[in-house]
Design a protein around this ligand. Structure first.
Ligand code: ATP
Ligand code: MG
Length: 425
């Protein structure tokens, strides 16, 4: 019995226009990061499960419910990476990259995996373009990184549609003390909150502040607030960053409820949100993570970074309907007139490729009639068609058609080369 095998839920194929847009966005991100002299880092998609458990931390959505984990044939517990920062830091420590250059400015790009409830903008395989600045706790690196995100939005033409939200969530220690205070408050509202929030919110109560549920919002209006529980030093640091952003005329909004889902963050956190969407509207998220290297390896390596959700960015650009992506065009299409001339067609295409390495040459292998093939060549905006039949081979005389002025002519190989030069160079 034949099985109709389909793709896995939450995993997308990238074809045609969608692929063009995807490649276009990635290319722009890469170019900008290269100009800011950030270096690419490429780490494996599969890592030891412990890496994520330790870095992301228990009681987070990712660790508790979203990881694609399995035992390999050697009995090792492995996981498809749900995010890129952990692998990046692991690699920097493992290869002692900070020995030579005390600050590593890196970017990465690739697929991430989370077993989530899928909806528009939320998939099980998605792609992140991430940037990490590893080795400094300067607020000026935070400025540089935010400036990079702004540059990306400008070049992509989406700035008007995005809003920068920032917050300070204090040190991990400060947050722990606050968490206990919050839990004491929530204990008194336990039954009420449980009605709306089935998961055990007590493990990570800060995330309740991100809830859109109006009843939970009502309860939290009376709750102790994180920023009121932060130290003077933390608040000053945040103020300093805000002043620097103002100096650079960067428009930002302080969202005191912004806490981020991963537990390794401290002090500054930020998100870029799509103004035109209510749900799943964060296109880019990041923050400071000074303790991540320490909990992984005992090394103190203050760091700051972000990740762009490429799918969400593509949704935003698609909604604008005037994206500038270019389709790959065909310069010369080779149409063989009968099957016996396939080999000659391939051989001549290779000769032309050698002579004109920049040209895009397409050999049409379909069995459609020549007329139909030609019709499609017009649709695909092919510039020149080269017909190769038995006669053409016998008399070493090729038929070419310029699809712009519709001129068709016979020519020798030498003349063919001349015609190509004339048309394309
Ligand atoms: P969310 O609150 O939307 O679940 P998150 O806090 O889990 O996001 P991060 O781990 O910070 O997200 O990832 C950074 C960015 O990656 C997000 O802002 C988003 O753009 C994108 N992203 C995260 N999860 C998904 C997903 N399942 N599908 C598509 N994009 C995603
Ligand atoms: Mg999430």
């Amino acid at each position: 019995m034949k099985k109709n095998i389909k793709s896995i839920k939450g995993m997308n194929d990238y074809i045609d226009k969608k692929l063009h847009l995807y490649n276009y966005v990635i290319e722009i991100c890469k170019n900008i990061l290269n100009k800011y002299c950030y270096k690419e880092i490429k780490t494996p998609i599969i890592e030891q499960t412990d890496l994520f458990k330790i870095s992301i931390g228990n009681n987070t959505d990712i660790i508790d419910q979203e990881m694609y984990s399995f035992y390999d044939k050697g009995g090792k517990h492995l996981t498809l990476r749900p995010e890129g920062t952990s692998g990046c830091i692991r690699s920097v420590i493992e290869h002692n990259l900070l020995y030579k250059d005390k600050i590593q400015k890196l970017w990465y790009f690739g697929p991430m995996y989370r077993h989530e409830n899928t909806q528009k903008g939320r998939y099980r395989e998605f792609h992140q373009f991430g940037v990490e600045s590893i080795g400094t706790n300067s607020i000026y690196i935070e400025l540089e990184i935010i400036l990079i995100t702004i540059k990306i939005w400008n070049v992509l033409g989406v700035s008007r549609h995005l809003k920068l939200e920032i917050n300070s969530i204090g040190s991990i220690k400060e947050r722990e003390i606050y968490k206990n205070k919050l839990n004491t408050f929530l204990d008194s509202k336990h039954n009420y909150i449980k009605k709306y929030y089935k998961k055990n919110y007590k493990k990570n109560p800060l995330r309740l502040f991100e809830s859109k549920n109006s009843n939970i919002k009502k309860v939290l209006k009376l709750a102790p607030l994180l920023h009121k529980n932060l130290s003077k030093k933390t608040l000053l640091r945040f103020k300093h960053l805000c002043n620097v952003l103002k100096k650079f005329k960067i428009k930002y909004y302080i969202n005191k409820n912004l806490v981020r889902g991963l537990s390794y963050y401290n002090d500054t956190v930020f998100e870029w949100k799509n103004l035109s969407l209510n749900k799943k509207n964060t296109v880019c998220a990041g923050g400071r993570y000074d303790k991540l290297a320490y909990i992984l390896n005992g090394k103190k390596i203050p760091s700051f970074g972000f990740a762009i959700g490429i799918e969400r960015l593509i949704i935003l650009i698609n909604n604008l309907k005037k994206n500038k992506t270019k389709k790959t065009t065909i310069d010369i299409e080779i149409i063989f007139l009968d099957n016996e001339t396939i080999l000659e067609s391939i051989s001549i295409s290779e000769k032309i490729r050698k002579k004109f390495p920049t040209l895009k040459i397409f050999i049409n292998f379909s069995n459609e009639r020549t007329k139909k093939k030609l019709k499609k060549s017009y649709e695909n905006k092919v510039k020149m068609v080269l017909f190769i039949g038995k006669q053409e081979i016998e008399y070493k005389c090729y038929s070419i058609k310029n699809l712009k002025n519709k001129e068709q002519k016979q020519c020798t190989y030498k003349e063919l080369i001349k015609e190509i030069s004339k048309l394309f160079f």
